[in-house]
Write a new protein. Structure first.
Length: 277
């Protein structure tokens, strides 16, 4: 890899949210029949993917993804290039464009998938490796959670992640900080607003706004909706669960401390009684 041009933008960190994971569906005769040629012992169709939150564009910073599947699967090492996807997207309506990196397969067993991320060469970032367990069967912390997934017809195992670029090089900084626009709007052909440290940063959140997520930004939706489980609402619910768990632990500690003091007082009384006997 050739060294990037320019200097690093000191004291700056830029993050971009994304999602990776798998979605699996059991074969059935109604809405997911087994395709012709698929082995009879394959019980599910499934997809592994890396994509932007709310299907926003990530091709401007993530250029290639390699998926390492189980070795029993033909061509188990799959590499997907952003350039190829963008060429295939040309001329397609927005609703039919591929918005991320994905591999579709069928099978019967669960296994760990290795996902390797390759960034824009101007970032000078080394590839990053993620690991994800393919889930074909409903799972959850409770039977109720499993039942909800079972009734939904899909086994969704998605992970929210944020890619952090620490003190990016100037050229890559300009890529990250220019071009913010409404979803599905075409990229402008202008030169942007400034360059280097003076470039205009895209919005990092949509608090107080309409809730719409912009391309080339760090924004996530304000609320959940079908097919989009990650949002500010999710974040607040998780904070609430953590606070409730913290309060529960605090109550347990207080109860244990109270019980310990009672035991210590009882022990002291026994020792006193024994010494006076």
């Amino acid at each position: 890899m050739a060294p990037p041009a320019g200097k690093r933008v000191k004291g700056v960190q830029i993050y971009r949210p994304f999602i990776y994971g798998t979605t699996a569906r059991p074969f059935n005769d109604t809405d997911n029949p087994r395709p012709a040629g698929v082995p009879a012992d394959h019980t599910h169709s499934w997809q592994v993917f890396v994509k932007g939150v709310d299907d926003t564009d990530i091709f401007y910073w993530l250029r290639r993804v390699q998926f390492k599947l189980h070795e029993s699967i033909p061509n188990h090492l799959r590499t997907i290039d952003a350039e190829t996807i963008m060429r295939e997207n040309e001329g397609r309506p927005a609703s039919q464009r591929q918005r991320g990196f994905a591999v579709n397969e069928t099978g019967w067993g669960e296994f760990e998938i290795t996902i390797r991320l390759y960034y824009d060469s101007r970032s000078s970032e080394k590839p990053q490796t993620l690991y994800h367990h393919l889930r074909l069967h409903p799972y959850g912390r409770t039977e109720a959670e499993k039942e909800v997934m079972r009734n939904g017809g899909e086994v969704v195992a998605w992970v929210y992640e944020e890619q952090l670029f620490n003190e990016p090089f100037e050229d890559f900084y300009k890529i990250l900080t220019t071009g913010a626009r409404d979803k599905n709007a075409s990229a402008g052909g202008g030169k942007g607003k400034g360059k280097g440290k003076n470039a205009q940063l895209p919005p990092n959140d949509n608090s107080g706004g309409s809730g719409d997520v912009k391309e080339r930004s760090a924004m996530i939706p304000l609320t959940n909706r079908p097919g989009q489980p990650f949002s500010r609402e999710t974040e607040q619910l998780e904070i609430k669960r953590l606070k409730e768990a913290e309060d529960k632990v605090h109550r347990i500690v207080l109860e244990m401390t109270k019980g310990l003091k009672a035991k210590e007082a009882e022990l002291a009384a026994l020792k006193k009684a024994a010494s006076g006997a």
